[in-house]
Each structure stands twice: as structure tokens, then as C-alpha cells.
Design a protein around this ligand. Structure first.
Ligand code: HGY
Ligand code: MN
Ligand code: MN
Length: 424
């Protein structure tokens, strides 16, 4: 594969993200969808292996199929600064949500490799395979595997074809650039002593940096989020003969519940957000009153109490609607990710790196979830945000500029220098 750009730069980072935005690195013909353990995921890993090797890294796959490139420090088995993000995507995604942070990590290592520099710590660039939760009902499977917070219950989830992560890994392993000897994600956990810190660079996916004319910002913390699966059960009946009073219409009930979710989120205000992103109904015929509707619910806030108070109010209101309409309601909490502060000292170091790279100090909260919120269980974390056009993300219109990507690369290299000074 001939690269358009030869050497280390923000431009090459963008070019590589664009390269990965189309088939065979996408599971859909037009646009980008790359879910965990799919052929597109396999093709992406097998391509990134060559980019990591050119950058002077050894590569391996852990038991959750995370691709890990390692650049040794100035002594054997030195603890690693992990620079990572995810390579899976939502459906019909943008090209930079995730891959930008991984490509920037490769670029940092290649710069060190080119200078022949060895640091008092190793650097590992990690491409997490599942962050979005696009294939299975839960998200962050891969960073939770590495952080050691994954549970057997998590691994009992099934994709739309009824397969668990372990079953899919059985097939996936054959597509890998080298055989995966171990495919039990529960064994992917890293030892805290082997990890110095985690740094993730990610598009902001929001409007703040653009509104303030800034290229980059440091992240102070990541909002708490939980995910629910909701099933509303009514009774299928004839659309022509069943009077409005006698119906137990799961679709009308779900619609009222979804409007109640929006009303409660607006009324509770602050940074609270609540989203229904997925909905299915059955039997799904024009002339049959819906028997069953299932939908997702994603509730977030920087404050755990605010989030949990909202979730409780939403649940109470949905139960009231179900009772009034003679419907059954099943509400299952699938995932609960606590809000996660980034490490204060590392964040200060990151803002100093921003200054040294010619950018003003600016720190902001992340409403979006990231692997960094999971990795904070393993090690101190820092996150760098990069401006993205219009704050648009989870949308093919997602855009990041080459100058801003170069700015992020400059800041990351300054951060590595500051960390080297601290560790020497
Ligand atoms: O949902 C999120 O915040 C992230 O994009 N996974
Ligand atoms: Mn992301
Ligand atoms: Mn995302």
C-alpha cells in the first residue's frame, strides 16, 4: 500500500484515518461501520501492524484482540506510557472518533524512533477493539479487559446473531496477522506496576474549542453514563377492529415514554443528557397493533447523583405510563460507568505541554465517554481534545483539520518530554 505522505506529521495521521474510513476497513459498502471482531476490524489491525512496525514497535494482540505496539524504554521491562484509543465505530460514523488517537500515538513513537531516543519508560500504542458497544449491548469491553474490570456477566452478552464475544473471537483469531494463542478477554488485564500512565487524544465531539478558536484542550474529567434496555409489552391486535379504548398498544406506550424521557431530562437541566438511540418493534405490520417494543436508554451527567436521580425519575414515570396503558415494562440496566476525573498532575503537565507548543492552557469536561474513563482503574490518565468542525461526531460529516492534528502531535511530543524529565 503506497502512502501518499512519507513522514511524521499531522497530515499523515489524517491521511491514515481517511484510509481506514473505507472498505475493506469498513463493514458496509458506503460509509464507515467497523464493529468489534468483524472482517473490517481484522483488516484494520493487520494494516496498523505494518504502520507500528515501521515506527519501530514490536506488536502483539492481547486476549481481547487489542492491538498493542510497544516501543521499549532505556531498560528492559520498563513500565509503559500507554497512548491509546479505539478503532471501532458507530454505524455510519466519522473517520476520526477513535483512530485519530491511535494514529497520533504511532506518529509520536516514530518521531522518537527516528531520533533514536529511548526514555525511562516504554511507550505502548493501543488500538482498543470495542469502545462504542456497536456489536454487543455493552461498550468498552476492550479497555475493561485491559483494566481488569471486565466480568463474566459482561462476556455473557450476545450480538444480534446470538453469539458471545468469546464465540466470535474463536472465528476472529483465524483472520489475524499472527495466531492468537489466548482468546479469553478475562486474562487481558495488565498489572498496575507495568503501566506508568494512559494518554488519549480524541476529537472533542463538541463545540467548545471551535467556539473559542482553540486547536486543543485538556480534559478534566469524563461524565458518568449508564445504559438501559427497555422492553414494553402490549398485545398484538387488528388495526381495523380494535377500538382505541381497548388497545394495549406497545408502540404508543413507548412513544409516550420516550417523550417523557426528553421532558424529564429538560426539566432536570444542568449537564444531564438522556438519549433513545435504538428502537425495534414487533410484529411490525401496518395493520397490526404493536405487541412489543424494545429501545435503548443512555443517561449521562458529570455528577453521578444527578445522573442517577434522573434515571430513577425516568423509570418511575415509565412505570406509571405502563400501568395506565395496561402494558408490561421490563427495564434492565446494562452498564454503569462512573464519572472519571483525569489525573490532576498529568493534566497540568498536559496544559504545560500545550503552552510549550504555543497554545493557551484550557481544560474542559468530556460529555462523551472514552476508554480513558475505564483505564483510570488501572493507572493515572490524561486526555487531550482536538477541535472538530461544528463539534459534529458520530456522523460522516465529522471533520478534523490537519493544522489542529499537527498541534495535537506537537503537544503530545512536548508531554512526552515533560514526562521524561519527571521520570529521570
Ligand atoms: O458514547 C460515547 O460517548 C462514546 O462515543 N462511545
Ligand atoms: Mn470515541
Ligand atoms: Mn464515539
Amino acid at each position: 500500500m503506497v502512502e501518499v505522505l512519507s513522514k511524521i506529521s499531522g497530515a499523515r495521521v489524517v491521511e491514515r484515518c481517511d484510509r481506514l474510513g473505507v472498505q475493506p476497513f469498513s463493514d458496509i459498502k458506503t460509509g464507515l461501520f467497523r464493529a468489534y471482531l468483524t472482517p473490517a476490524h481484522a483488516a484494520t489491525i493487520n494494516t496498523m501492524v505494518s504502520w507500528m512496525s515501521e515506527a519501530g514497535m514490536s506488536t502483539r494482540l492481547d486476549a481481547a484482540a487489542n492491538l498493542i505496539g510497544r516501543y521499549e524504554g532505556n531498560r528492559p521491562n520498563a513500565p509503559a506510557l500507554i497512548i491509546g484509543s479505539h478503532v471501532d465505530s458507530v454505524f455510519n460514523a466519522g473517520r476520526y472518533d477513535g483512530p485519530l488517537g491511535v494514529m497520533l500515538g504511532i506518529e509520536c513513537v516514530e518521531a522518537l524512533h527516528e531520533q533514536g531516543r529511548r526514555l525511562p519508560f516504554a511507550i505502548e500504542v493501543v488500538a482498543f477493539g470495542d469502545e462504542e458497544g456497536s456489536r454487543f449491548p455493552i461498550s468498552m469491553i476492550c479497555s475493561r479487559a485491559m483494566a481488569g474490570t471486565l466480568t463474566e456477566q459482561d462476556l455473557a452478552v450476545e450480538d444480534s446473531a446470538g453469539r458471545t464475544p468469546r464465540e466470535v473471537l474463536q472465528v476472529f483469531r483465524e483472520w489475524m496477522y499472527r495466531p492468537m494463542s489466548n482468546i479469553d478477554p478475562m486474562t487481558a488485564a495488565r498489572e498496575p506496576r507495568d503501566v506508568l500512565a494512559y494518554l488519549e487524544t480524541h476529537i472533542e465531539q463538541g463545540p467548545v474549542l471551535e467556539a473559542e478558536g482553540l486547536s486543543v484542550g485538556a480534559v478534566t474529567g469524563i461524565a458518568a453514563q449508564n445504559r438501559f434496555d427497555i422492553v414494553v409489552k402490549g398485545m398484538a391486535a387488528h388495526a381495523g377492529t380494535t377500538t382505541m379504548q381497548l388497545r394495549r398498544d406497545a408502540m404508543a406506550g413507548a412513544a409516550e415514554m420516550i417523550m417523557a424521557i426528553e421532558t424529564i431530562a429538560n426539566e432536570m437541566g444542568g449537564d444531564l443528557v438522556a438519549t433513545v438511540g435504538r428502537i425495534e418493534l414487533s410484529p411490525g405490520s401496518t395493520n397490526v397493533i404493536a405487541k412489543e417494543v424494545s429501545f435503548s436508554l443512555d443517561v449521562r451527567s458529570g455528577g453521578m447523583n444527578h445522573r442517577d436521580t434522573a434515571a430513577a425519575a425516568i423509570s418511575e414515570e415509565m412505570h406509571k405510563i405502563a400501568v395506565r396503558r395496561g402494558l408490561k415494562l421490563e427495564l434492565t440496566k446494562l452498564q454503569d460507568l462512573a464519572s472519571s476525573p483525569c489525573d490532576k498532575e498529568l493534566t497540568d503537565l498536559l496544559e504545560t505541554a500545550m503552552e510549550r507548543a504555543g497554545h493557551p492552557r484550557r481544560a474542559l469536561v468530556s460529555g462523551a465517554g472514552h476508554d480513558a474513563m475505564v483505564m483510570s482503574a488501572l493507572c493515572p490518565t490524561a486526555m487531550l481534545f482536538v477541535r472538530c468542525a461544528g463539534g459534529i461526531s458520530h456522523n460522516p460529516a465529522e471533520q478534523v483539520s490537519i493544522p489542529d492534528t499537527q498541534a495535537a502531535l506537537d503537544v503530545m511530543l512536548e508531554f512526552i518530554d515533560l514526562l521524561e524529565a519527571r521520570e529521570t
